[in-house]
Design a protein around this ligand. Structure first.
Ligand SMILES: Cc1cc2nc3c(=O)[nH]c(=O)nc-3n(C[C@H](O)[C@H](O)[C@H](O)COP(=O)(O)OP(=O)(O)OC[C@H]3O[C@@H](n4cnc5c(N)ncnc54)[C@H](O)[C@@H]3O)c2cc1C
Length: 503
């Protein structure tokens, strides 16, 4: 071994939600855990809350382009390569998936498959993840809420007046507005000031419960867990039917890490790309006897809806407290679930002007001062034709044809009517495209059968016994809710499964 070589018991690749949560779960095991992360610590600086820096200049986004394999065009993916991964800019909205999300659901265009684990198997880990992520919530008004073994760690966030007014209007329309569960530090002495720069921005105060603050930093307090930043895993090398080492690029040098077990948590696209780049046959990759590595890529059908009443301002700063799940569950009214609705973080002019450069800024300013900003999500169905491919250009290639669009269109139509009835005569909506991939999942799905899945229900690769996956790649379906809490809970469960496998 040279000084460029490293050695550990468990190598975790990626310090985002999945990687940080499994490192946390293994922190007291006595195993030497090394977390390698291609990015650095994201600095706390004035630019954290500057919408022009964050949305126009894309200060925290990598200078990386992926290729849309359908059109041949390149795009800037919504990824963040830093300690904490995408959670450094996430909205910290942390719902549990519902019980029926783990069952098969029939849609006109196909089936959202059953998971090999039930909600009950994940429930204790949901509770543990909510504690670490300081989740504030209350399910009392939510017609879809799953059972819980313990109450939310913290009470729900009250709505600010203009959001409360909107909730009242939804109630008057016969709907059931719900309080969205949020992971922010509003404990006694907590640093959160409920500002308008949470969703989409890094937190200058460290008051957002993200993967770094809630899982990785606590894990690093154990002597057994170490972090290597600016270290990109390039490939994994195999020895008979196991993986034995990772080749990493670290500050210009090539290094090698030897390990007993490796946990991939590089995010759904990079985890699949790494597997496809590894193994003995290029492009077929590692752990891929099923041929499913990189396939079944899902991202949610999502629409941004901006509803404006020119006569009144939206005075709320922290808007993301309200949601609507009336059409989330199959019911006689909606045999096909339509999805969920929640507020976006408050839109600011530079955030829209990046997408609408031809609209004069003063007009956008008037609009964003008055707008209610909503985020509509509908399940995207898995398809073997959608996925990640290694492109000859060296770029990551994404093949994505969205599915299940009619239920999403129906959700959009219903919400347009709801918002007009609530007194917002101008309602603009736009369905997001391939570059809005923040909820990506499904590229190495978990299942019982090695022929139809990549990962066993315990998180271990069917083909390679010392390879585990702890990010959203393993999701068999996308559900239609924000994924981060489920990623954290499943990564913690996978940590326990890894320890159980070691005896
Ligand atoms: C603007 C925005 C808002 C969001 N809001 C919410 C929300 O409110 N609620 C919610 O539930 N979800 C939200 N999400 C989604 C959520 O952040 C992701 O689902 C979650 O972070 C994914 O976790 P992960 O572990 O799969 O990947 P990530 O968190 O992306 O972590 C992957 C990590 O791996 C590293 N990496 C990649 N390749 C390599 C390599 N080869 N070698 C070493 N390291 C590597 C990356 O740098 C990264 O740090 C949001 C996302 C965005 C972008």
């Amino acid at each position: 071994m040279t000084d460029l070589d490293l050695d550990c018991d468990v190598l975790v690749i990626g310090a985002g939600m999945g990687g940080s949560a499994i490192a946390f779960q293994l922190r007291n095991s006595g195993l030497r855990v090394l977390v390698v992360e291609r990015g650095d610590r994201l600095p706390r600086e004035p630019q954290n809350w500057d919408p022009t820096e964050v949305f126009v200049r894309k200060r925290y986004r990598p200078n990386e382009r992926w290729r849309d394999l359908r059109t041949g065009d390149d795009f800037s993916p919504g990824v963040h390569y830093n300690v904490g991964g995408n959670t450094k800019v996430y909205g910290a909205c942390l719902p549990r998936f519902r019980e029926h999300d783990f069952d098969a659901i029939e849609y006109p265009e196909g089936v959202s498959p059953e998971w090999p684990i039930s909600y009950a198997a994940l429930e204790p880990y949901y509770a543990a993840a909510e504690r670490e992520l300081l989740v504030h919530g209350d399910d009392a008004d939510d017609p879809t809420s799953p059972w819980r073994s313990s109450p939310y760690p913290f009470p729900p966030l009250p709505h600010e007046p203009s959001i409360a007014e909107l909730a009242d209007s939804w109630r008057e329309q016969g709907l059931s507005p719900v309080s969205m569960p949020m992971g922010i530090d509003l404990r006694d002495g907590g640093a959160c000031i409920r500002c308008g720069t949470c969703d989409g921005f890094p937190c200058s105060l460290g008051a957002k419960a993200d993967a770094e603050t809630s899982f990785l930093d606590p894990a690093l307090r154990s002597d057994n867990v170490t972090l290597l930043t600016r270290a990109t895993v390039v490939s994994l090398t195999t020895k008979r039917d196991t993986v034995g080492a990772a080749v990493i690029r670290h500050e210009g040098a090539q290094r090698s890490v030897r390990f007993a077990h490796v946990v991939l948590a590089a995010g759904a696209v990079n985890t699949a790309s790494l597997l496809l780049r590894s193994g003995e046959s290029p492009h077929n990759g590692l752990a891929n006897s099923s041929g499913l590595v990189g396939r079944n890529y899902m991202v949610h059908n999502s629409t941004f809806m901006v509803a404006v009443d020119p006569r009144r301002k939206n005075t709320a700063a922290f808007t993301k407290t309200l949601g609507l799940h009336d059409w989330y569950k199959p019911s006689p009214d909606t045999p096909t679930p339509l999805g969920g609705v929640q507020m976006l973080g408050k839109l600011q002019t530079p955030m829209i002007s990046a997408a609408r450069p031809y609209v004069p800024k003063p007009i956008l300013g008037v609009m964003t001062e008055r707008s209610m900003d909503l985020y509509l999500t509908t399940e995207d169905l898995p398809s073997a034709n959608n996925g990640v491919r290694l492109h000859d250009s060296g770029k990551v290639g994404i093949e994505w044809t969205p599915s299940n669009l009619e239920p999403h269109a129906e959700l959009t139509r219903r919400m347009r009517t709801v918002m007009r009835t609530a007194g917002y005569p101008l309602v603009f909506s736009e369905r997001m495209g391939i570059e809005t991939n923040s909820h990506m999942c499904g590229t190495a799905t978990m299942g019982d059968e090695p022929s139809s899945s990549v990962i066993a229900p315990n998180g271990q690769a069917h083909d390679v016994p010392n390879l585990w996956i702890a990010d959203s790649s393993v999701f068999p379906s996308s559900a239609a809710l924000n994924p981060a809490l489920t990623i954290a809970a499943n990564a913690m469960r996978t940590g326990d499964e890894l320890l159980a496998a070691l005896g």
